[in-house]
Design a protein around this ligand. Sequence first.
Ligand SMILES: Nc1ncnc2c1ncn2[C@@H]1O[C@H](COP(=O)(O)OP(=O)(O)O)[C@@H](O)[C@H]1O
Ligand SMILES: [Mg+2]
Length: 394
Amino acid sequence: MKRILMNKNTEVLVAEYNETSKFFDRIYEVKDINFAPYILKSFYMEDDINDTPFRTNLSEWFKGRGIPSWRDKLDLLLHRLNITAPYELLDKAFGLSLSDQYWLKPDGSGITYDDINFFDNDFDYAEFMEASLSTNSKVIKKESSLKTPNNTTDGMLKKAWIIDKETRYLLKGGYKNETLQPFNEVLASEICQRLGFDHVEYTIDTYKDMVVSKCPCFITKDTELVTCYQIRNDMKRYDSVKDYEEYIKKLEDNGIENAREKVENMYILDYIIMNEDRHLNNFGIIRDVNTLKWVDVAPIFDNGQSLNIEYYDEEEVHISGNGRFFYEVKPFDEIIKIVKNLNRIDISKLDGLVEWFDNLLHKYQYLTKMSDRRIERLCILLNRQINKLREKIK
Ligand SMILES: Nc1ncnc2c1ncn2[C@@H]1O[C@H](COP(=O)(O)OP(=O)(O)O)[C@@H](O)[C@H]1O
Ligand SMILES: [Mg+2]
């Protein structure tokens, strides 16, 4: 079927879209490549629009919008949604997402972005939320439950978009039986707020005896998230420090103010909470979809995989840890060296933070069943990182 790839109200290209394979079999016309997903631009060759890499990457990009194969408890979710693979969901709601403005318009149809976008138009989230987050959900019944932005969420953790008093929020659970991720998200927000870092505000919420994190959508009808992965895709790889420097330069060249400081802030946060998961899709920039202007560094998001979550051990507090820095896994003490001037941080703003976190973990202990011993160890770890950072500032 002939479809037009749209970026909000702008036509990007016209293609033959195969509804069974979800592949773009043929491209008829490219209307404006500048409005295409950022990652596709470098594959585009004007004199051969059906060039295989461009078309393949278009299909890959589209499939990549779906729920990934590594989503926690994917089998259960698929069973509850009564489908066999996440890609079946891809075009059920025009491919729309709450993290960007791309959609597939049937050729010749009069449908407009205003009619269908999920920022203005409500969606039926209750059944998907239950299917995704609950331990004992039934198979969903309503077809409208499959017409939501939940079809196009990335990431490993169980999650669901909901609407609460007109605002779109993303709920995220923990991984398997782990409950620390939501608390780490909230801790990260608290640190960012105290230190004045741009961030997504996560709060703790509960959904049927389960602790989840809740954050508002940071994208608007006029913006999209372009991740570092997309931006770096056509850039040569050197070593992580050089890759980082080139990334900063690219942001600065595109007019983002204080780009270096803002990206540094993310690595300062990662140091304090020992975030192991800062891969290139967990940060990026905000682009205006009407003007294509690079507006800002994206507010800091996805900080759950922190405080030694991967290798927690009742007996031991791990002394060192590794974070992610571009294509490398590196000790936090190495990564933090990229921050040009740590003295700009007022570390006294973190006074009382450990006690605050201790209280938070205890407050929800009745649900998480986290042991006192573990809470104590998490607090020791957090305290140690704050002290280590304080040492570096002196
Ligand atoms: N508040 C938000 N607003 C808009 N998009 C978001 C928001 N939070 C996450 N996303 C998008 O959803 C993806 C998955 O969310 P993330 O928090 O990274 O989950 P996970 O921990 O499973 O990786 C992100 O990579 C981003 O594209
Ligand atoms: Mg993520």
